[in-house]
Design a protein around this ligand. Sequence first.
Ligand SMILES: Cc1cc2nc3c(=O)[nH]c(=O)nc-3n(C[C@H](O)[C@H](O)[C@H](O)COP(=O)(O)OP(=O)(O)OC[C@H]3O[C@@H](n4cnc5c(N)ncnc54)[C@H](O)[C@@H]3O)c2cc1C
Length: 352
Amino acid sequence: MRVLIRGAGVAGLTLAHELRARAIHVEIAETAARAGGGASWFAGGMLAPWCERESAPDTVLTLGRTAADWWDATLPGHVIRKGTLVVAPPRDTGELSRFAARTCAFDWLDADEITALEPDLAGRFRKALFFRDEAHLDPRRAIAALHDRLQAIGVRFHFGAAPDFPDAGFDRVVDCTGSCAIGQAAKLRGVRGEMLMLETPEVRLSRPVRLLHPRIPLYIVPRGDRRFMVGATMIESDDPGPISARSLMELLNAAYALHPAFSEARVIETGAGVRPAYPDNLPRFEIDGSTIRVNGFYRHGFLLAPSIAREVAAHLSGDWRGDIGQMPVGAASALHVPERVNAIPLQTGANR
Ligand SMILES: Cc1cc2nc3c(=O)[nH]c(=O)nc-3n(C[C@H](O)[C@H](O)[C@H](O)COP(=O)(O)OP(=O)(O)OC[C@H]3O[C@@H](n4cnc5c(N)ncnc54)[C@H](O)[C@@H]3O)c2cc1C
């Protein structure tokens, strides 16, 4: 079988890996000059299914808990397993209890325990939640490494491809074009995420830290080299334009609230990515005419793409060999997914 994937973001690349692992011929057409230049470029790279459970359904936890293992097995050395620390300013500790009530698999820490984990936060927070099983990676390094690995195992890339790169000669076409499919994929919308990169030698953090705040929840992900990714806004918009002054101010204010030394940091990058999302904010694998769409990763591309890639690859290489346009409604159950995962909207075109 020959498969053409459109889009070399995290969704397309992880799928290509799973298809090659099943000895399927894969080519990737990407309109940009390199891999991972869409929403994937701006991601925090947090593999944090328990924290995300605060605002996401159980499916995200079920599908996301194996993500760190997948990335570790696929790209050894990229995953950093140091957990996630969640803090709140002293006047907002109620936010911590609210967060705790909606999640699981954490420990409550007191001020001394916070200091032991992150000495630079000493004396700043009285309580915290620690999600020890969570992990993170640098998305840009991971995407570059995945691209190299895919090339090494025989995936052919067509960079700078036309949006309608010819699909003659392929048995299947999988559309992984993220927010570029808005307007083509029914009900797909954009959720704008603005971020910035700070550089300072004065703060050392070794793991992602989330600051709960009623107005400006923020996270900071250490990138090494004294750099910190600060994110991210959640704005119902598919505008990929530069960060707004207000968002910049709010993200900087929140970084300052986490540690005042961030006020002396250099702002070395600002950016905005458009997260592709369906109404339930869960990813979908759906059949649209002769095309298969894998989209809607919302704020969970690095977290959920490996699981979805496995399911789509199992489907494409598996038992079901009929015409793609007639894939039965409810075919998710044929995808060998764990029982609870069937809740994920893996839909056929007829079911949309
Ligand atoms: C600020 C921010 C922070 C985030 N943090 C996290 C996080 O910590 N953890 C996490 O798991 N997720 C995070 N996400 C979400 C994650 O980045 C997205 O879910 C994910 O990148 C979506 O991947 P994708 O491959 O579907 O889309 P994209 O990464 O946008 O890739 C789509 C690709 O398709 C290409 N393309 C478009 N049209 C065509 C065409 N016609 N033919 C060929 N190619 C085409 C584009 O050039 C692009 O390269 C974050 C997102 C943002 C914006």
